[in-house]
Design a protein around this ligand. Structure first.
Ligand code: PMP
Length: 422
């Protein structure tokens, strides 16, 4: 049966008139196959419904925030209790201190916490703190790594000046030599190194954390008096119940968090060790909604679930079933897939699919069949995904493989994608 699309298409048309480009950022469907819905009605557990009431097993998890399940009751109750008291007040509530205490108790490198709204706020703050601490200018970033949408890091050039990035120095991810070279070239002027816990760029294979590279980043920062920053906005609490680099035995000085730690409520955080405490106290940062108490109450409950439940093991179990099942189907259909990254944050690309036409067609066919699979961004498994969700996904994936094979010769590259990738 054909999916209904009429409400979504009508909303897209209305949005075009009152929103520049109709939508913006990575939530825009302009770079996705045309069968992807833009607007959603609701979410429950591991599923979402678009505005036309089509149901999907959702592997984007709101691009990360859904960790325990949409509408997860204990978190919703904690949020509701706080909402009855007040949310955005003249100052923070008790929840502010409780949340900072919870983080400091859970994340080994953290002696303190500060809260903000988006991941970009957090990554930008870490940079400012590193500069305030060291009185130096350069921040070393891995080429192509995503750290948010501020002028110093946004991936698109429009409206951005060279000066905005004058002191951002790029090195190659996972490449100790290029990191050493960057330190050498800017000796005496490196304030910090910012790194994502593993390589999770769009349009590319993911790679799991490389212990040697992480340990070398730590060593070089120590030798040069620079701060090590881990951007855990996307991977935080999806790999470990601690900082993601605890898995490779490395403690950063600062870490940026966001997305999932309040299970979808809007809040992000910077955590730091004592070495950066004074500098963090000196910088001026704030925001009208940074101290709102409802997201903090939601975060406190989410952290409790992270500490006390097997959410991570369940997520990994489902991720493994999904990876194995999809891998087997691809093999049965004789198609070469590259499934990379941790199973709970899977990236699925097709071998030799240079212009992504096969992956796009397959993802679109999955979406048509009720599994929201992304063609170029890493996905997320939540603790609420079930065996039944996986079974439904595999049925969708099987039909999608079949359809792609049938239409192989007719597949074409996506025009907007081609324009953006050049
Ligand atoms: N850092 C990383 C690694 C991210 O994945 C993101 C968001 N995708 C950000 C920073 C920015 O977070 P936000 O979109 O909440 O500003």
């Amino acid at each position: 049966m054909e999916r209904k699309r009429s409400k979504d298409l009508a909303l897209k048309e209305r949005a075009m008139k009152v929103v520049p480009g109709g939508m913006y950022g990575h939530e825009s469907t302009i770079m996705l196959p045309s069968g992807f819905p833009q607007f959603f009605l609701k979410g429950r557990g591991g599923r979402i419904w678009d505005v036309d009431e089509n149901e999907y097993v959702d592997y984007m998890c709101a691009y990360g925030p859904n960790l325990l399940g949409y509408g997860f009751e204990p978190v919703e109750q904690a949020a509701a209790l706080q909402r009855a008291l007040g949310d955005t007040l003249t100052g923070p509530s008790e929840r502010f201190v409780e949340l900072a205490e919870a983080f400091v108790g859970m994340v080994d490198h953290a002696d303190w916490a500060m809260f903000c709204k988006n991941g970009t706020d957090a990554t930008t703050m870490t940079m400012v703190i590193a500069r305030a601490k060291t009185q130096r200018r350069k921040i070393l970033c891995a080429q192509g790594a995503y750290h948010g949408a501020a002028p110093w890091c946004t991936p698109r050039p429009a409206g951005i000046l060279d000066e905005d990035r004058a002191h951002i120095v790029y090195y190659q991810h996972n490449d100790v030599e290029s990191l050493e070279a960057a330190f050498k070239t800017h000796a005496g002027d490196v304030a910090g190194v910012i790194a994502t816990p593993f390589r999770h760029e769009v349009f590319g294979d993911q790679s799991i954390p490389d212990a040697e590279y992480a340990q070398m980043a730590r060593k070089l920062c120590d030798e040069h008096g620079a701060l090590l920053i881990v951007d855990d906005v996307r991977a935080g609490f999806r790999l470990a119940r601690d900082s993601s680099w605890s898995n490779v035995g490395v403690k950063p000085d600062l870490s940026a968090w966001g997305k999932c730690f309040a299970n979808g409520y809007p809040i992000s955080a910077v955590l730091g060790s004592d070495i950066a405490r004074d500098a963090a106290a000196k910088i001026f940062v704030t925001g009208s909604f940074w101290f709102s108490a409802v997201p903090m109450a939601a975060a406190i409950e989410t952290l409790k679930q992270i500490r006390e439940t097997d959410y991570l093991e369940r997520t990994i179990d489902i991720g493994e079933k999904l990876r194995n099942g999809i891998g087997q189907l691809a093999e049965d259909h004789g198609l070469g897939l590259k499934q990379t990254g941790p199973v709970q944050m899977p990236q699925i690309l097709f071998e030799g699919d240079k212009d992504f036409r096969v992956g796009y067609a397959w993802a679109e066919e999955c979406v048509k069949r009720g599994a929201y699979i992304h063609p170029y961004h890493n996905m997320f498994v939540s603790a609420s995904h079930t065996d039944e969700d996986v079974a439904r996904t595999l049925t969708a994936a099987d039909g999608a493989f079949r359809s792609v094979k049938k239409d192989w010769k007719k597949l074409e590259p996506h025009p907007v994608l081609m324009a953006v990738l050049g």
